[in-house]
Design a protein around this ligand. Structure first.
Ligand code: ZN
Length: 465
């Protein structure tokens, strides 16, 4: 079976980040900017784990017969830490707002080609328990965070999410994330011994370096993201298979768990709000990662914005119209103002496990062959884009009038059929992705260039003329 590395990179663009817009400040609401609150729901698509670092217990590992577990040399293992799920002061299981902000910022940075806020291009890397190795990559140039120096010349992500630069630059973010609280069901209470998680290995140039010359001084490969491993990812081992380089957990949020949180936004222009909505919701069929154990397949999730409960407005329209609309004007900005690059789509795809086995290679040493753009060791894909194109594609938009639909339905034009996805264009121009298995009708009726009715989240029905 094809072996796929648990993570890969989105290459940096050739052009430098756009630092052309000034910072709007927080002293007053600007006439054409959006302010308000987004009500969001995060749904777990693989188990989610957060570690309460304040409250852990220690445990001596045991073998199957109940005796203390020993390594191959007969030495007893040290005690390992056993964590509970993080909770707020009221006892609610939570995902911290800072984690959510980091999760969304990394996507926003990628779709806006912003600076790399967290990249370290040189330093010490832990090669093994008692061996440290120095690594150094080429300078990031205009993608360095230190290039975001002046408040009126910030990259799009620093401008929206905020940045601090010594004594001279204090730019407060205009987007605030609350903690996400678990609303249903409860946590699963079960002792799990997590598979061993090693430190990042930036000295491994075959994986981390871009270009052909993979050695000290090479450019970095890009922005790092972890692949989704599906709802059944095997993230734990039996106690007798564990060791003292790992940890254990007593609780996790299972697949299907729902967390609710709010995102407060202030003075966002159209482009910023549209791209933020895209970074939060993504396209259908893509997912985020949050919490611990991303390399083990933990933390996959989707986020949706409740359009009717959210309150977003420009200052002049704040009290202008109390009517509740199905698709508020501000929400349509999501489709108009942004696009997710192919290489990121490939990395966030929820059906990635269909391509192969996503795990670190067996054995002690990482292979020295590089991974390709699809994460395959020794593979030869050069673009981070699923190789196969659409099975069918309509050449020109349909001129036939869209059908009348009821309140909870939406008419959409079928533009492309892929192996597992249908791509529609809604009346307002938004591109919508629906799983092909959601189609309700005979396969013969599924034709590109025709109108269909969308009902609920996945159901697609042919229009009956
Ligand atoms: Zn920046």
């Amino acid at each position: 079976m094809t072996l796929i590395n648990p993570y890969n990179f989105v290459p940096l663009k050739a052009q430098e980040p756009k630092r052309t817009k000034g910072y709007p400040g927080r002293l007053r609401f600007h006439e054409l900017c959006f302010t308000g609150v987004l009500e969001c729901t995060l749904t777990a698509l693989s188990p989610i784990v957060t570690l309460d670092q304040r409250d852990y217990s220690l445990w001596k590992l045991r073998d199957r017969d109940g005796s203390l577990l020993r390594n191959r040399k007969g030495r007893e293992y040290k005690e390992i830490k056993v964590f509970r799920f993080l909770r707020d002061s009221l006892g609610n299981p939570i995902l911290q707002g800072t984690s959510l902000k980091g999760m969304i910022r990394s996507i926003y940075e990628t779709i806006t080609d912003s600076c790399l806020a967290l990249a370290a291009t040189l330093g010490d890397s832990i090669k093994s328990r008692d061996s440290i190795i120095y690594y150094e990559y080429a300078d990031l140039g205009s993608f360095r965070r230190s290039e975001c120096l002046e408040i009126q010349r910030l990259c799009p992500a620093c401008r929206l999410f905020g940045t601090i630069g010594g004594d001279d630059l204090h730019c407060q973010g205009r987007v605030v994330f609350n903690d996400a609280i678990l609303v249903k069901p409860g946590l699963v209470e079960s002792r799990c011994y997590l598979k061993e998680l090693s430190n990042p290995k930036p000295h491994h140039f075959a994986t981390y370096a871009g270009g052909k010359h993979k050695a000290q001084g090479a450019p970095i490969r890009g922005r790092k993201f972890y692949y989704h491993q599906g709802p059944g990812a095997k993230f734990h081992v039996e106690e007798h298979e564990s060791n003292d380089r790992s940890i254990a957990i007593d609780e996790y949020a299972d697949v299907g768990s729902e967390f609710c949180f709010r995102v407060y936004v202030e003075n966002l222009d159209k482009e910023e709000l549209g791209k933020l909505l895209l970074a939060i919701e993504l396209y259908e069929g893509l997912g985020h990662k949050v919490g611990a154990g991303k390399a083990l397949g933990l933390g996959s999730c989707s986020v949706s914005v409740d359009k009717t409960k959210s309150r977003i407005s420009t200052p002049n329209a704040w009290y202008g119209d109390w009517s509740v609309k199905d698709a508020p004007h501000w929400y349509t900005l999501k489709a108009n103002e942004g696009e997710i690059p192919d290489s990121l789509v490939e990395l966030l795809r929820l059906n990635k496990p269909e391509d192969g086995s996503i795990e670190y290679p067996p054995g002690k040493h990482y292979p020295s062959v590089p991974i390709d753009a699809l994460g395959v060791f020794g593979g030869n894909a050069v673009a981070g884009k699923r190789p196969e194109g659409p099975v069918q594609r309509a050449s020109t938009p349909l001129q036939v009038q869209p059908p009348a639909t009821s309140a909870e339905e939406e008419a959409a034009w079928l533009k492309e059929i892929h192996e597992d996805t249908l791509i529609f264009v809604a009346l307002d121009g938004r591109e919508l992705r629906r799983p092909k298995r959601g189609y309700q009708g005979s396969a013969k009726l599924l034709r590109v260039g025709e109108w269909f009715v969308l009902s609920g989240t996945i159901c697609v029905k042919p229009v009956t003329y």
